[in-house]
Ligand binder design. Structure first.
Ligand SMILES: Nc1ncnc2c1ncn2[C@@H]1O[C@H](COP(=O)(O)OP(=O)(O)O)[C@@H](O)[C@H]1O
Ligand SMILES: [Mg+2]
Length: 301
């Protein structure tokens, strides 16, 4: 971490991480999505630090914003952090940093202060960080910061929120002009709630889908292989003929739910929880069925 921020972090910042960082690399690798999607994200992020500082904005109107949208639990936050690592890794010797903004903290500040807090965060803190080296800023769940004003009714929502969104847009424009070595990576579970003026500033909007059948199987396998590091017998499950049927029971679940469902299966009964290596494919299949019916209860498709 930069010395100037040793100790207390500036208001609105959750974490600052020096890059590259292998843990973030592991996070990137752990998310199973189409390789083309990962390549597209990485290429757009890299271009931000190659062409953007050198080419006039009149030619390439880049803002330095990538937005990842998709259902909850599909790996957006993990990909955004991993992308920061992979981007820095693409440049030798560049001292990149990942700055995680705490959107909820900003918007919960006292009424009338959100706009000021947002403006200070971007104009002072982020700008200062970007002056000291290439900086990637994570705006996780950006709908809390850039709310779609057209969908808010003025009397139901504090004017404060409108002003905060305005402040974000103004600051993005200013920073895009003055700090080309800055990249924002934003995520949203609810793209319809994100202000359209924010979306139009994005250089890339990438849809992160629910895993398809093949990806579900891979996520399940990855999870079981991970467990096998502690409980070697669990690795045998993948080689059983009925494994394909078990994997099929996980289709339609998001990546986070798939991994949580494996944990539920380990907790099928107290005996299995005491000896996790005794988990069976039947335990997994039942847990997956339960997860799918829970999801239906929650109103999922
Ligand atoms: N496509 C995926 N492949 C593998 N694991 C996934 C995938 N999507 C989600 N996960 C798991 O779910 C966890 C939560 O993912 P996260 O990045 O927080 O999702 P989101 O931000 O979209 O809600 C991750 O730590 C990861 O283990
Ligand atoms: Mg997330």
């Amino acid at each position: 971490m930069n010395m100037q921020f040793a100790g207390d972090l500036p208001k609105g910042i959750q974490k600052i991480t020096d890059l590259p960082n292998d843990e973030l690399g592991d996070l990137w690798d752990s998310i199973i999505v189409n390789d083309d999607l990962k390549t597209q994200l990485l290429s757009q992020a890299v271009l931000n630090f190659t062409a953007r500082p050198k080419v006039s904005r009149a030619v390439l109107p880049l803002h330095g914003v990538i937005l990842l949208v998709g259902p909850p639990g599909t790996g957006k936050t993990s990909l955004a952090k991993g992308l920061a690592h992979r981007t820095s890794n693409s440049f030798s010797g560049g001292k990149f940093r990942l700055v995680e903004v705490e959107a909820h903290g900003l918007t919960s500040s006292a009424m009338g202060k959100t706009q000021r807090a947002v403006a200070d965060l971007f104009a002072q803190t982020v700008a200062e960080l970007a002056t000291s080296g290439p900086t990637i800023v994570l705006l996780d769940e950006v709908e809390t910061l850039a709310v779609d004003r057209s969908k808010l009714s003025l009397d139901a929502n504090p004017v404060d929120i409108h002003r905060a969104t305005d402040a974000v847009l103004v600051q993005l424009d200013l920073l895009a002009e003055s700090h080309p070595n800055l990249l924002f990576v934003a995520t949203s579970n609810f793209p319809e709630a994100v202000d359209s003026a924010f979306i139009s500033r994005c250089d890339l909007v990438a849809n992160i889908p629910l895993p398809d059948a093949e990806a579900c199987r891979k996520i399940l396998e990855d999870c079981l292989v991970g467990l096998a590091a502690t409980y070697p017998k669990i690795g045998d499950l993948i080689r059983q003929p009925k494994f394909a049927n078990t994997a099929a029971a996980f289709v339609d679940l998001d990546g986070r739910t798939i991994r949580k469902t494996v944990a539920n299966a380990l907790a099928s009964d107290t005996q299995t929880a005491l000896k996790p290596e005794t988990i069976t494919l039947d335990h997994l299949t039942s847990a997956a069925k339960a997860a799918r019916s829970n999801r239906n209860l929650k109103g999922g498709k």
